[in-house]
Write a protein that binds this ligand. Structure first.
Ligand code: 13P
Ligand code: SF4
Length: 303
């Protein structure tokens, strides 16, 4: 079957099943190309919450499909590759979080959306890389438990006097970017700003001209007068950056910035998922309801 006929069949099945195809900014180029909507974790969660579609084909990783199921329980959420997980999300467990909460009774838990539904259900409020600062500021408390990303947590902590109790999780993909590599590129291209995701190590973040979520990066690049920009996040972001800014040059800060999980989903997987209407991700009600509370609380924070 040719690539074109696979794409055609996907579109036909999406129309037949009243489906919408959501793709994270790190997905393979060909997946982003056929998606109805591409975006960061926050944008995709909000899309899932408001869509009229009956079927959500979520091209991303498992926790994202769970968030869609939490926010849109009456819809069928398909995750074409059930094995597309997030190692950072797996670094915090319900038991581990309960132990941390017991050590700091009464301290609110801010949980990065890169976490399981069960961990969200144990949390007071969620955040994404796009709204973490505003979420933390929205809380009256002077102490915060922040899970699972120690890098995002320490980045946000720098902007507030609140005391942070950080979980020692991290994204193995962003962690692979080392400050030496960035330093070398900055010397090689002194006119190029360096923009990175807050999941990067603090030693890398310290070298950045701008730190933001993936959607924040599209906005930054569009507004920037620089002709060349050094990019510190997962390689999938380059697809739209290049398409939307054909006159600019993008230098990926390291060839190691590839998330294997984000690269699993192929067009064939999407077609098969739509044909079989599987695999379905469905969060059980006893977890969904408290997890939704934490997500709703995040969505209510003014952007
Ligand atoms: P954002 O798109 O929310 O910036 O997320 C980054 C990420 O690592 C998702 O897995
Ligand atoms: Fe998880 Fe990092 Fe991959 Fe995002 S890029 S899914 S945080 S491992």
């Amino acid at each position: 079957m040719s690539l074109e006929s696979i794409k055609l069949e996907i579109r036909e099945l999406l129309a037949k099943r009243k489906g919408v195809l959501l793709a994270h900014n790190y997905m393979r180029d060909e997946v982003q190309e056929i998606a109805d909507i591409t975006g960061d974790s926050l944008a995709l969660s909000m899309e899932a919450a408001k869509t009229d579609a009956e079927v959500i084909v979520f091209c991303g990783v498992h926790f994202m499909a769970e968030s869609a199921s939490i926010l849109a329980p009456d819809k069928t959420v398909l995750l074409p590759r059930l094995d597309a997980g997030c190692p950072m999300a797996d670094m915090v467990t319900v038991e581990g979080l309960r132990e941390l909460k017991a050590k700091h009774p009464g301290v609110p838990v801010v949980t990065y959306v890169n976490s399981s539904a069960a961990v969200k259900a144990e949390s007071d409020i969620c955040c994404t890389s796009a709204n973490a600062m505003k979420v933390v500021q929205s809380l009256p408390d002077q102490e915060i438990i922040f899970v699972p990303d120690r890098n995002l947590g320490s980045y946000v902590a720098k902007f507030t006097s609140k005391k942070f109790h950080l979980w020692e999780g991290y994204c193995p993909t962003h962690e692979r970017l080392r400050p030496e590599a960035v330093q070398k590129l900055k010397e090689q291209y002194p006119d190029a700003p360096f923009v990175c995701h807050p999941e990067c190590n603090p030693t890398v973040v310290a070298l950045a001209d701008h730190v933001c979520s993936t959607t924040g990066m599209y906005d930054y690049v569009k507004k920037s007068s620089a002709k060349r920009i050094i990019i510190g996040t997962e390689a999938g972001i380059l697809f739209r950056l290049k398409r939307e800014n054909p006159d600019k040059e993008f230098i990926l800060a390291s060839p190691a910035l590839i998330c294997p999980n984000m690269k699993l989903t192929s067009l064939e997987d999407i077609l098969e998922a739509l044909q079989k209407m599987a695999p379905v991700v469905k969060v059980p009600e006893e977890i969904r309801v408290p997890a939704k509370r934490a997500l709703d609380r995040m969505l209510a924070v003014p952007r």
